[in-house]
Ligand binder design. Structure first.
Ligand code: HEM
Length: 503
């Protein structure tokens, strides 16, 4: 055998052996730590039953853990192995760590095997474009988002002259995707059916592809990924996104050095400018397409879900509909008015309702998920070895401060009332994060898109409230129960809401 070939084989063997030994050491370390903390349900259930319960009843398991172990750390057996849950107070311990020491994105990437699903991709260009540029420009886009929302309802919704059953999951996916795309890729690409399909399907392929590939042993995954249709589609989604973006990018290239180029003010431009500023030499159109897919993944499904939860809460408690309508009409001074940023700020009852809805139906029952990139010692002496994922058990409603009133009740105007006190006027907003309100995370790496999401949700809910009456189909009298998928809180997709247009 030729010596270069032997050298390659030896390199591969040494690399594999090093990785194997490294993994064994990490697993060993984690096992030592894991053995010192109690496991929820291990006294009554088999491991397979516990895994099943985690998938469908993580909320119940975490409640059991909270009640049994109160202020102590516990673990839960999941299909991905044991997972460590920290009581809320440990969020204070984790908060000072930077994203390079305790990473939320790496934790998410691990859950969705990001090395295969392509989401293990932390980009300062993307984060800067959202955190700085998007948030700085929020006020400029209210009317644009409102315009896309109205356009979408007009074309995608049935006339609803009579009570008409609407599949909110399907319809709102389009509305949110189009309204977001207006800011992410601009007009006219934001109305392209193909772009909207590509940017929404990518997230589904990632979620489903990851679940299917996880069924394979980790050693087989490099090969198995080619047998999972969604995994193959993820690669074609990236190619498709690039193909769809290219004409827009070429158009912009041609118009550079003209006055038209100054009119572009969207995520495409912000990402390009940030890449230049950060001197990202590897940034090209392919990377831009990838970051657009990742931004859409973070933005669209989360926002749609928050709107559906709020609409289910409203349909279950119709007594809130009129006061909210009244507020919107007062703030905007009439129907069909062009919205401005301050109108959204003034919709304080709506903001409060959205926050209460999110308190009861958060995106996840465990936020502040972090993968320790460096070893971390918590204030109680618990050692989190590098490579371990921890998260806070943040959905125990009874932990709410006493001044919030009955923590378990649904009080749509709870935060409105709290904000009426002069010292609280800027607190308790939907997009505010705090120790008591961690639905968007907490600290430096809390969701950077929450202000945009807040505006979008208000614009869409205001459109619905002013233009439609809505109620559940006959037979549904209570707020439909949420469906758990692991720690994610999903709205029941089988529920239809009836809409009737207000003349
Ligand atoms: C109602 C809608 C949304 C919800 C419920 C939501 C929720 C979250 C949560 C819980 C996190 C993790 C925070 C943490 O670990 O501390 C997060 C992170 C993130 N979100 Fe959102 N999000 C929403 C909308 C958006 C939008 C519209 C965008 C983009 C425009 C976005 C972009 C991101 C990004 C990039 C991260 C990662 C931040 C980082 O690691 O530094 N999100 N989001």
């Amino acid at each position: 055998m030729s010596s270069p070939l032997m050298a390659i084989i030896w390199t591969l063997i040494v690399t594999a052996a090093t990785a194997l030994v490294g993994n064994i050491v990490i697993l060993y370390q984690r096992r030592i730590e894991a053995s010192t903390i109690p496991t929820v349900g291990s006294d009554t259930c088999h491991e397979s039953e516990l895994k099943e319960r985690y998938v469908h009843q993580a909320d119940v398991l975490l409640r059991d853990g909270y009640e049994k172990f109160k202020n102590s750390i516990f673990q839960v057996i999941t299909p991905d192995g044991p997972r460590i849950f920290l009581p809320r107070r440990f969020a204070h311990d984790l908060k000072p760590f930077t994203r390079h020491e305790a990473s939320g994105m790496k934790a998410l990437a691990d859950r969705h095997i990001g090395q295969y699903t392509t989401i293990d991709h932390e980009s300062d260009v993307m984060l800067g474009a959202i955190k700085i540029d998007l948030n700085r420009n929020l006020g400029n886009f209210v009317a644009d988002v409102q315009c896309e929302v109205a356009h979408c309802f007009q074309l995608q919704f049935p006339p609803c002259n009579e009570w008409t059953a609407i599949d909110l999951h399907e319809k709102l996916l389009r509305v949110v995707a189009q309204a977001s795309a207006r800011i992410f890729v601009g007009y006219p690409l934001c109305r392209s059916d193909e772009w909207l399909e590509c940017s929404t399907k990518f997230a589904q392929d990632v979620m489903i592809g990851a679940e299917k590939l996880k069924q394979w042993h980790p050693w087989l995954r490099p090969m198995a990924q080619y047998f999972v249709p969604e995994m193959r589609r993820i690669r074609s989604d990236h190619r498709w996104a690039l193909e769809l973006l290219q004409p827009e990018l070429e158009k912009r290239l041609k118009s550079s050095n003209t006055t038209e180029s100054d009119s572009y003010n969207d995520m495409i431009e912000w990402m390009r400018r940030r890449a230049k500023k950060l001197n990202e030499r590897t940034f090209d159109d392919r990377e831009l397409a990838k970051l657009q897919m990742l931004t859409a993944t973070a933005a669209i499904h989360t926002t749609r879900l928050a709107i559906i939860h709020a609409l289910y809460d409203l349909a279950a408690r119709p007594e809130y509909i009129e006061p909210l309508r009244k507020e919107i009409l007062e703030v905007t001074n009439g129907r069909n008015r062009t919205l401005q940023k301050q109108h959204l700020t003034q919709m304080r009852k709506l903001d409060s309702f959205m926050k209460e809805s999110q308190r009861h139906s958060p995106p996840s029952v465990a936020t502040f998920q972090r993968k320790a990139i460096v070893p971390i010692d918590l204030s109680n002496g618990f050692h989190v070895p590098a490579g371990t994922i921890v998260q806070c058990n943040t959905n125990m409603l009874d932990e709410a401060p006493a001044e919030w009133g009955d923590p378990n009740a649904f009080d749509g105007f709870r935060f409105y009332k709290l904000r009426n006190k002069p010292e609280n006027t800027n607190k308790f907003q939907f997009a505010s994060t705090s120790y008591d309100s961690m639905q968007f995370g907490f600290g430096n790496d809390a969701c950077p898109g929450r202000f945009f999401a807040s505006n979008q949700i208000k614009i869409i809910l205001a459109h619905i409230l002013l233009n439609y009456d809505f109620k559940f189909e006959d037979g549904i009298v209570e707020r439909p129960k949420n469906i758990m998928f692991e720690v994610n809180v999903l709205a029941d997709p089988s529920i239809k809401v009836l809409f009737k247009r207000i003349p």
